[in-house]
Design a binder for this molecule. Structure first.
Ligand code: ZN
Length: 380
């Protein structure tokens, strides 16, 4: 089936302000494997939209040459609501300004009700179980209703993605190295993606507590497998959040490189024809998200970094200082901000004036940290 662009209207919160989701469809609808890719759910994280555009060009050419075996659905602009949120001339796309919260939290709970629907249908055939579970997920989503624009956005995207074998959510951090978030059930399976994209950190978490988009797709399978330990229930949706470096890393060479990496990954996974050479080396063996220290500012002020991205730090070693620009004496002391683990600097803050408790950096360690419990993500 040829390439197709669809438009799906969202519920509007206000008269005459209807937004829509644009969907690129490559390959054959219903063919397997199916991949779903969406860009910039956090609408002010721009690199993903540029990567999606380059990926779309590669997929379009492959589609023209009948090289797409499965189905690839791409939503190149996942958050038109956030993309319209300019405040004081700056784009604010992480939280819905109307008060509906972080765009990547509290996604529809597809697990709720799932065991009751499938419990009596599941058997010893893992492939059949996948079909049964996908059908039940479809039923749950069909019965779900949204009444707000934000709810409509989530439900629309969830309906496009819920039955995919692979779901990639393209984000970025403030200043960062390329990294991935995914569940432990999909590692080392996803090391091909990590290797292709050159991921510098692969952070694993079974449930971060935030009900993010990727987890809303991957965790129902894992929870169901725990409910029915005697039955073969595969982790059938590999959902990964890709952090495409930092928000200022928006340029064609990087975006093209990342798009080509995703395209080669889809080829390796049998969605697109192509003979690839050996897989590059994985740059980072995965570590627990609970071993990633989120370093926060103890006080407000100007953050001055002592360490660069990728630098190795030890527990207790200062990686930044907070300077009080209003201290009475010009040589007043600075407050050191120290690492809570042995590891390396994965990300830093882009804006250097901070409030108490603002995130300063993420340090990737190897040992789970006792203070990292509850919500493991940076914010709600
Ligand atoms: Zn994000």
């Amino acid at each position: 089936m040829p390439f197709k662009t669809d438009y799906i209207p969202l519920i509007s919160n206000s008269p005459l302000t209807e937004r829509q989701i644009m969907v690129w469809r490559f390959g054959t609808i219903g063919a397997r494997p199916k991949a779903y890719v969406q860009a910039s759910l956090h609408a002010d994280e721009i690199p993903g939209m540029l990567v999606a555009r380059h990926l779309g060009q590669l997929l379009y050419q492959a589609d023209q040459q009948n090289q797409i075996i499965g189905e690839v659905v791409v939503v190149p602009v996942a958050n038109p609501i956030g993309l319209g949120q300019f405040l004081n001339a700056r784009l604010n796309g992480r939280y819905e300004l109307g008060g509906a919260g972080n765009f990547n939290r509290h996604w529809p709970d597809l697990y709720s009700g799932l065991p009751d629907i499938v419990g009596h249908q599941l058997g010893q055939d893992g492939k059949k179980n996948i079909d049964i579970i996908r059908s039940a997920l479809n039923q749950i989503l069909n019965q779900s209703q949204a009444i707000t624009e934000m709810g409509s956005l989530k439900l629309t995207l969830a309906r496009l993605a819920y039955d995919s074998d692979i779901a990639l959510d393209l984000h970025c951090d403030d200043e960062a190295l390329v990294h991935l978030f995914l569940t432990p059930a999909h590692w080392p399976d996803a090391s091909d993606l990590a290797a292709e994209i050159g991921s510098r950190a692969n952070l694993l978490c079974a449930d971060s507590g935030g009900q993010s988009f990727d987890e809303s797709l991957s965790t129902p399978w894992l929870k169901l497998a725990a409910d029915f330990p005697s039955l073969p229930i595969p982790a059938a949706c590999l959902a990964v959040t890709i952090e495409h470096r930092g928000s200022a890393d928006v340029n064609d060479p990087m975006a093209k490189q990342d798009a080509q990496a995703i395209f080669r990954f889809l080829q390796r996974r049998g969605l697109v024809k192509g003979n690839l050479g050996p897989l590059p080396s994985v740059l980072h063996q995965a570590s627990d998200l609970a071993a990633c220290d989120i370093v926060r500012a103890p006080i407000g002020g100007i953050v001055v970094y002592l360490k660069e991205l990728g630098d190795v730090v030890s527990t207790g070693e200062p990686l930044a200082e907070i300077m009080n620009p209003a201290s009475a004496l010009p040589f007043a002391a600075r407050t050191p901000v120290v690492s809570g683990t042995d590891g390396f600097v994965l990300s830093r803050r882009l804006e250097h004036f901070v409030r108490p408790n603002d995130t300063i950096a993420k340090i990737v360690g190897k040992v789970s940290l006792p203070h990292r419990n509850g919500l493991l993500l940076e914010d709600k």
